[in-house]
Design a protein around this ligand. Structure first.
Ligand SMILES: [Zn+2]
Length: 260
């Protein structure tokens, strides 16, 4: 079961079991909260402001979406770049989870969501593999990613990464751009959606001279979704819900950028 408080999902992968549900119901009684359990969706809804029953959130199944919604990104080509892969593991979390797995999982979820809005997606990789060739150097890898986006004449380039720092208390979400107006707008839109939905510290949209941002011909951003070196954020990055929330927010940010 998931928990939604005052219309917002809890950002981490907190799960409610039967015992906790009983506890929550007792708490709600004492604190005068509204609480409702939706068994079909395995969702606990809490209204902390008053004791009225919280309203169920609207379903967003694809078949209930309007045709207009399904075509919002029609004609747009978006290149998704899951950071690292294959022989390049990226950074590792405290429990051994790998950046290359988190970035691929988020990118594949994002691909699905963007395609539902009509976009054409080009992936620099869609399996756990190097992009250029097995055991390629870091520079060859970056070159191959840029080439994939430029050759596809993509409208956007989105590179997905996990942040890491020596201190395990560093946390939050950052989106990097190369300073051109469109990339800055895209970075701002995506960064806002991500920090809001994940509930992570908003480290802002920032300039960076990363190779993949410098040499791609289209508006491009590099997203550090959260810190894999931080135990709490490692859980977010490796959990099904955390990855889906990340993908959903990036998708929302892209829709906002295109104003559709
Ligand atoms: Zn990375």
């Amino acid at each position: 079961m998931r928990i939604m408080i005052d219309g917002r999902y809890l950002p981490d992968n907190a799960r409610v079991n039967r015992d906790l549900l009983i506890t929550l119901r007792n708490m709600a009684k004492v604190l005068n909260w509204g609480i409702r359990y939706d068994a079909q969706r395995e969702l606990v809804l809490i209204n902390s402001k008053d004791s009225s029953m919280p309203r169920l959130p609207a379903d967003n199944h694809a078949d209930e979406r309007s045709e207009e919604e399904n075509a919002r990104l029609a004609g747009k080509v978006i290149c998704l770049d899951p950071g690292h892969g294959g022989s390049d593991l990226g950074t590792l979390g405290p429990t051994g989870t790998m950046e290359k797995d988190n970035t691929l999982a988020i990118a594949l979820l994002l691909k699905e969501k963007l395609e539902k809005s009509g976009a054409t997606i080009v992936m620099t990789r869609d399996t756990d593999a190097d992009v250029a060739y097995t055991d390629a150097t870091a520079n060859e890898e970056l070159g191959a990613r840029v080439e994939a986006a430029n050759q596809a004449d993509a409208d956007l380039f989105i590179s997905i990464h996990n942040d890491a720092f020596a201190s395990n208390t560093a946390s939050g979400t950052t989106t990097f751009h190369y300073g051109d107006k469109d990339s800055v707008n895209l970075a701002n839109a995506v960064q806002r959606c991500l920090a809001e939905k994940l509930g992570t510290k908003n480290r802002g949209a920032r300039f960076a001279s990363f190779y993949v941002l410098r040499y791609t011909n289209m508006p491009s951003i590099l997203i550090e979704v959260a810190f894999i070196s931080n135990a709490v954020e490692e859980m977010l990055l490796s959990s099904v819900d955390g990855r889906d929330n990340a993908a959903e927010s990036i998708c929302e940010g892209i829709l906002k950028y295109f104003k559709v």
